[in-house]
Structure formats: structure tokens, C-alpha cells
Design a protein around this ligand. Sequence first.
Ligand code: TXA
Ligand code: MG
Length: 329
Amino acid sequence: MQSLKLPVLITKDTNQAKEALVAKEIIAIPTETVYGLAGNAFDENAIRKIFLLKNRPLHNPLIVHIKSVDYLKEIALDIPIKAMVLANHFWPGPLTLVLKKHPKIPDIVTAGNNTIAIRIPNHPLTLELLNKLDFPLAAPSANPFGSISPTSSEHVANYFKDELKIILDGGRCAKGIESTIVGFENGEPIIYRLGSLSVEEIEQVMGPLNQRIHNAESPEAPGMLEKHYSPKTPTYFTDDVAALCKTFKGNKIGVLLFKNKILDADIHQQEILSLTGNFQEAAANLYASMHLLDQKKLDVIIAEKLPEIDLGRSINDRLERASKNRIIT
Ligand code: TXA
Ligand code: MG
């Protein structure tokens, strides 16, 4: 007999979300950065489902979401003093710390690494959910591997409505790009991934920081090596959008701009990230604008490079990866 497939339930009810997780299912959860595909971090089978659902290579480790700074010692060992300073200062918030892994976390979560990535997400619904659970949640961003991250429950439903039973609906993500990842070497913090918490904000607490943003020479976060955050439409990244538009004359062009419109009759669709030039607003709008442009059946998307300061750097990092091999300077 064929089983009847129920449509995905988009709900704000954390009890239903809890029930599904306890039954070893995977659900989508909201965070302040992007939505995640969450499962019990202690349950190897649940974690395997996440990798399958996302079509994510098993060598790319997941972030584990916890409910309190106190809980850190349950899943991490030898925590450096500076990690505690950062955790106390920025959690709940868009900062992920890479620490030594506790043996009770299954190896599949960390892709066999002896380190584990951990954060407390700053979203009221997900914090409410975590406080009802006696396990932490492993959750990568809720998008198929390599594609644009989701910042609304609609984005998640567009990707996974046939595979998920529950999306916990927390509205639009306030921060809009993934957490900043910080690892430690000899107790000293190093930035591994740019994200929603700017380097400047972390440096205000820690002083000048070393950065080792992932590239082919420094595979600390393997997921950052591949082409990532990518629209299906060919995407270019440049600091002179108007000039590049001219070279694509005759094509159906969409542009993704920081704050100023362009006067060019050939442009089919313009997305402005922040009319006032506010980096935080631009970050919050980035993925929604990319999703929108990608649905417009354009020939090409041309994205503008932002100033290399503050969250401008994080946004540029994502656009550069989205347009891998199509960067025009
Ligand atoms: O904001 C976020 O961080 C979102 C929300 C859902 O929390 N999550 C997220 O997860 O962006 P994901 O899986 O899309 O990206 C996690 C990144 C990957 O690049 C992965 O390689 C890196 O974290 N990572 C995970 N564990 C690591 C570890 N032990 N050492 C270094 N990098 C690690
Ligand atoms: Mg991701």
C-alpha cells in the first residue's frame, strides 16, 4: 500500500518540533543567521539523514547548537580562556567556536576531526526548543550543498518541502549570513570564516586577530573550499557593474547592488541591498535578493563588490564564492 505523503508543516510550535526530533527526525529551525537542518547531535543516524538530505560530502563537518555557555563543557574539552571570554561576550549570537571535541559526540558530526564547531543561536524559538531538549542540535544551513542559504521558511520549503515534515517558522533571519567561525591555536583565536559578526566587533573584545580565511592552502573548514552559496544563474562579481552590464548588452541582466541604482535601460531587474548603505541591512537582505534574482529566469546576474570593511567583507566573501571563477576586477 502506498503511504499518503503529508505536506510539510510550517509551524511556530516548539512542542511539535521537539516531538519530531525525539522521534529521530530532521526538522528545519530558524536562527538569527540562516535556517538550519537540525537533528540530535548524539544520534549518528539522525546526522546521517542530514548529510543525505543536503547531499553534503561526509568530510564537511557540522555546527552543533547548544542552549547555554554552561553546556559547552558537556561537548568540548580543554576550552581556552579566550574561548570562554568570546562565548560569554557574544552568545547567544552569530559566532561559532571550534574547540576540542568531547568523545561522546559521534565522529560523523565532526567529519572525523578532533575538533567540534559550536554556537548558541540567538533566536527566541530555537532557544525555546533547545531548552526543551536534553540533547544539542547539529545543524548545517538548510540548503542543498553549494546552493544559496535560506533566510525564510519559504526558502526552506522551496528546497525541501517534499522531504521535511516540519519547518519551525521563525520569520526572516535578522542577520542574514552565516555565523563567523573562530578556531584556536595555542589558545589564541583565529578567524576561519567571515560571517555575521564582523572582525571589527570581535577585535574590540580580543585585540588584533589572526585570520586564516579558508582557501585551498588552509582547509580548516572544508565546506568553504567549494563553490558555494551559488545561484543557478551565471553570476559575476565586480566593482564596476555598469561597465560589465555594457559587455552583456542584449542579455537579460539582473544586478545586485549595495546602495545605488544604475541607469541602464537594458537591466531587467535591480536589487538594492540597502538604500542607506547600512551593512547590517545589506547582509540581512543578501540571500533573499539572490533567491529572488535566481527565480527571474535571467541570463546573467552581476553583483557589486562592497567596501572591504565591517560586514562588507563578509558579504564580499559570499558573493565571491557565489561567482567562483567569474570575478571581474
Ligand atoms: O550561521 C551558521 O553558522 C549556520 C546556522 C544554521 O547556525 N550554520 C552553518 O552551517 O552555516 P554550515 O554547515 O552551512 O557551515 C558550517 C561550516 C562549514 O564550512 C564547516 O566546514 C565548518 O563550519 N566547520 C564545522 N565543523 C568544523 C570544525 N571542526 N573545524 C573547522 N570548521 C568546521
Ligand atoms: Mg552552509
